[in-house]
Ligand binder design. Sequence first.
Ligand SMILES: [Zn+2]
Ligand SMILES: [Zn+2]
Length: 461
Amino acid sequence: MIFLLCFTFVLANFNTQYVTDELQIQHTDLNSSKTYLLSMILTQIPKNNYCLPLLQVIVNNQIYNDTLAYSIKADIQKVYFQSTDAITIKVSCNVLDYFQNQKNLNKTMHFNLSLHEAQQHISLPCQFPYYGQNCSLSIQQIYKEFAVTISIQNNTWFYAYAILDDDNYEIIVENGKLQFGVSIISFDKINTTTLPTFFQDFIVLDSDNDENLISLSHSKKSSNSIYIIGFYNFNPTQIQEITITITTAFQDQEFPFWAIMLLISIVIFGLILFIIILCHFRRQYKKLTQIQPALDRKVLKKYIPTQKIDSKMKQETCSVCLLQFELKEKYCLTPCKHYFHEQCLIDWTTKQANCPVCRQGLLENEIIELLEVKSNRNRETKETKIQEVIQSKENPPSQTYRDLPFLQLSSSPFRTQCKIELDSSPQGGNSPQIVQFDGSPQNLTNRNLYFQSDGIVESQN
Ligand SMILES: [Zn+2]
Ligand SMILES: [Zn+2]
């Protein structure tokens, strides 16, 4: 509902009661040399009223007074102005966003609006915490860490201020399940006539909680910043009590930035140190675990290769673990002809380089030596066998040849005598043959004797 009223005469006393949620009055004929006082007095607010009355005076398109909530404190708004042309007066109900969706929201309000001629009004700056048109209003200071209980009139603002240093704070509000709204404004100007508007950052406190916590972050670096806290009591009929305490936010103070950085650097340093120690230990561990086995794996591979267990080997047992071989397993045969499970021999040769059964050395040179001896023996056996065959063909089997030493008697300038007696050969049964040499000068020539089982053959050079 909008009223547009035009006054054609100067109103010395204009006093009318309105029932509206929004009203606009235009006044065109005011004396430019005079000062006027416009005042609005709220007379009735419905029970479910969640609107905050707003008085605006627009002089020559300039908003003279707007939504300054402090003016509602005493349910009265007083605006002094000097007019040259036309003025527009707006009265409206300002519903908070928080209540926009409420059912049966009655925005109607009753109020008186009056316009009076007033004395010349000089607006002097007030000394904080005093404020208002004639500096008659003041706000209360709240000190840190002290609980303060305050009474707030129905549908009314209450203001307090706190001077806080460069820290973060929390405001604990104990409202005993009552509905309050709170707005906290950082305030820099010491000398001011008006308080800032409290509709920005306005929080409606949760009425389900006995205690509400509002964090107050200090954005400015300047010390002694003033914070003005405005509370609004939404109860239309009752005066309500509220207890507030401003405390330091401990969490933030306990962990300042430098402490967090220090903590992070300690953690990073510790992590790096841990990684270095871990790498060092791993290297040491590798060294310890990679001890050279007693027998080189290459030698094992080269001379003792692994073989699959066949049905014949299945009957045998490994001398290390004493288990019978199984078909799926593999075994190793040493040059000394002993067999073991592949793993059993590997485990054994890690500690010692010999055969677990016969202790034959299994180092490369020892194996080579063993193999050479074996091959020599084989060759000799072969040759002996061949000779035996040949001799058995040439001589009757009764005759046996023996390797006898080759004896050479050197000539000597002295007279020597030598007697050689052959032991009787077992097959002959003859009396021993005796050869005598006379070392006389006429026998100076070398004499070679060949001994055979059946006699001595003498030859001369
Ligand atoms: Zn074994
Ligand atoms: Zn062996």
